[in-house]
Write a protein that binds this ligand. Structure first.
Ligand SMILES: Cc1cc2nc3c(=O)[nH]c(=O)nc-3n(C[C@H](O)[C@H](O)[C@H](O)COP(=O)(O)OP(=O)(O)OC[C@H]3O[C@@H](n4cnc5c(N)ncnc54)[C@H](O)[C@@H]3O)c2cc1C
Length: 402
């Protein structure tokens, strides 16, 4: 059957842009749609990219990148700890600048990227796919052999062809951020605050970029919905009363507030259906313990594009071919998502009565454990290896039974 293109990619976030780059490199015809004219610019995100992702995807210098070589952690009731590294751990960037950089890495893009066009409908059948765009009250339909839906935590295709169950509020995260401008260049450290004074059972983050600090907090939607304290109260409290942050940021100006959902559900299956693959947040490619998903989404986008190229080459769009997508991404990032969820359940749901929280878990008692947690949060160490290195023996024995 004749189609307008081989592959339609929906969403120009890290997942969709990585997929587009790979499709172009593999000489597969594709179209990438995004509802925004400048994809990334409006995405609520703290923008930390670990050094491992910069290396794996050969990402060049990003315009406003702020290198990080230090981690600060505060566990409620304990002093702030600072962990200095002798090498860069990664960079904080604005999502607009990341979007531009990832676009610049795609070979020969001009007619393949269609921005400012919202996909309003997705249809797939045994012999083709359709994506209908809505622009200025008009509709335009494009056909393809395959679709990669990388349109974020609530993917557009789910409304028309539900590939996986909806992520419940008990596994969906919510993050609220203040962007605070100060009068000097900020330090090169990312800060994490744990405890119910700082977040609704999640954590609070403070990620600097030049003279702007992103102060955010969040937790699971289910917890936030039933919480008596409003989410922004945590940020206001930190700004007013928690040293050294009130001193560092208290005189700054809040230039923006934003918030968004993030999937914190671990490995979600299935991630493909008839002629369609979900990639990035759409497929739950986001860390259940930190909410970081840029690196994982890029891996999802890359593997989806590689799978699509194989399907096109063999003209085979069967479940057997598409299941390779799921096999491959699970092999690359599944362990971090699985063990991240395990750790989230152990440490970040104290309201269940079965968890101890970070403070009394035994995880943070020595400088060595604190360094390992910092390495895990910065993407330097896998979640499983971090747990094995520091977990109290009763947790290790539970792990070995899994
Ligand atoms: C508050 C917050 C802070 C975070 N901080 C970090 C961090 O510091 N580091 C980190 O690694 N991760 C962080 N994350 C997670 C990270 O932002 C996501 O995991 C990542 O953006 C997922 O990439 P993606 O490409 O799958 O989706 P997205 O980045 O969400 O991109 C989806 C794209 O699809 C487009 N789109 C959506 N619907 C349609 C439609 N119908 N038609 C056309 N286009 C459409 C959108 O415009 C968007 O450009 C954070 C998340 C939140 C909410």
């Amino acid at each position: 059957m004749n189609t307008d293109t081989d592959v339609i990619v929906i969403g120009a976030g890290p997942a969709g842009l990585t997929a587009a780059k790979k499709l172009a490199e593999l000489d597969v015809d594709y179209l990438l749609f995004d509802r925004d004219m400048n994809p990334g610019e409006n995405k609520p995100c703290a923008g930390f990219i670990p050094a491992s992702a910069l290396k794996q995807f050969s990402i060049p210098k990003i315009d406003d990148q702020h290198e990080i070589d230090k981690v600060r952690m505060k566990f409620q009731g304990r002093d702030l700890v600072t962990i200095q590294f002798d090498h860069p751990l990664g960079v904080n960037v604005s999502r607009g600048a990341l979007g531009k950089t990832l676009q610049s890495m795609i070979p020969a893009t001009s007619s393949n990227l269609i921005f400012g066009s919202k996909v309003g409908k997705v249809e797939t059948s045994s012999n083709s796919c359709k994506a209908t765009l809505r622009e200025d009250g008009k509709e335009r339909t494009f056909t393809s052999k395959l679709i990669i839906d990388a349109s974020g935590a609530n993917p557009v295709s789910q409304r028309f062809t539900a590939i996986r169950p909806r992520i419940p509020n008990s596994a969906m995260g919510y993050g609220l951020q203040y962007h605070i401008e100060v009068d000097r260049e900020l330090e090169h450290s990312n800060t994490f605050l744990y405890g119910n004074k700082y977040s609704p059972s999640g954590y609070c983050w403070l990620f600097p970029r030049g003279k702007v600090a992103i102060l955010g907090t969040g937790g699971l939607v289910k917890r936030i919905r039933t919480n008596e304290r409003r989410t922004h109260d945590y940020l206001d409290y930190i700004l007013k009363e928690v040293e050294p942050f009130s001193n560092e940021l208290g005189n700054g100006t809040i230039i923006k507030k934003d918030s968004a959902l993030m999937p914190l559900a671990g490995v979600i299956k299935p991630s493909f259906g008839q002629r369609i693959m979900l990639a990035g947040d759409a497929s739950g490619h986001c860390s259940p313990i930190s909410g970081e998903g840029i690196h994982y989404s890029m891996v999802g986008g890359l593997v989806a594009a590689q799978t699509a190229a194989r399907c096109i080459r063999k003209n085979d769009f069967s479940d057997r071919m598409l299941s390779k997508y799921e096999e491959n991404w699970v092999e690359q990032i599944g362990s971090d998502l699985k063990w991240g969820l395990w750790l989230q359940r152990k440490l970040m749901r104290p309201e269940s009565g079965k968890t101890s929280g970070w403070g009394s878990s035994g995880f943070i008692d020595s400088q060595n454990s604190q360094r390992i947690i910092a390495e895990m949060l910065m993407g330097e160490k896998s979640v499983r290896n971090s747990i094995l290195a520091i977990a109290p023996s009763y947790l290790k024995s539970k792990m070995s039974r899994k």
